[in-house]
Design a protein around this ligand. Structure first.
Ligand SMILES: O=C(O)CCC(=O)C(=O)O
Length: 199
């Protein structure tokens, strides 16, 4: 499988690996159709004292008890894995040897849906979590930068996998910015560890 290892060979050095053809076109198309039917929610977020809709739809699937709170105000309670999501989780584990207990979905309905600069460092994922991110549907720009550095741009393709390695969330920030281009739906699935005790 084609793999772009961005630890050492390119400049700037980035703690990520990109697999552009992780899924075949057929697999990616069928997974996209499955994901459109997931339990998407419009959550609300509180920023600078104001409550507003999160600028994308979200869903969460995973092991029982692996609840997830981010930005101190958005609480996500996992729905049991679907067979397709569990299969996808297992194939990422087979490729990377990393284990995952939840997957958070983001649905970007148009170019105005986005996620701003952030790192995923919620304590519920434990120390230096690995995050494995599968992209489906429209191609959107993904930017990553050292906390005080310049961004590098990627275009995350339909069926691709991006792995953010341990330490990435402490040293780097990432975002999917808004775009004025006409883009249709993109779905992103981020597989994450969780520290909840197994039941
Ligand atoms: O949509 C993406 O590619 C990134 C999603 C993301 O940054 C997140 O869920 O924390």
């Amino acid at each position: 499988m084609q793999q772009l290892n961005l630890f050492a060979e390119s400049t700037p050095v980035l703690p990520i690996t990109y697999y552009p053809d992780f899924l075949s076109l057929e697999q990616a198309n069928s997974l996209y159709q499955h994901c459109l039917k997931l339990e998407w929610q419009q959550n609300q977020i509180r920023i600078a004292g104001k409550t507003m809709p999160v600028p994308r739809l979200e869903c969460i699937y995973g092991d029982a008890g692996c609840d997830y709170l981010y930005s101190k105000c958005v609480f996500l309670k996992p729905v049991t894995w679907t067979d397709n999501l569990a299969k996808l989780r297992d194939s990422i584990t087979k490729l990377t040897s990393y284990k995952f207990r939840i997957v958070i979905g983001n649905q970007y309905r148009s170019g105005t849906d986005s996620i701003g600069w952030h790192s995923d460092n919620e304590p519920s994922m434990g120390f230096n979590p690995v995050i494995a991110s599968v992209s489906l549907g429209s191609c959107r720009k993904f930017q990553i930068k050292p906390r005080n550095g310049k961004p590098t741009d990627f275009w995350l393709e339909h069926g691709s996998l991006l792995v953010m390695h341990p330490g990435c969330q402490s040293t780097h920030l990432h975002q999917v910015p808004k775009t004025n281009k006409v883009v249709s739906t993109r779905i992103n699935l981020t597989f994450r560890p969780h520290t909840a005790r197994s039941r």
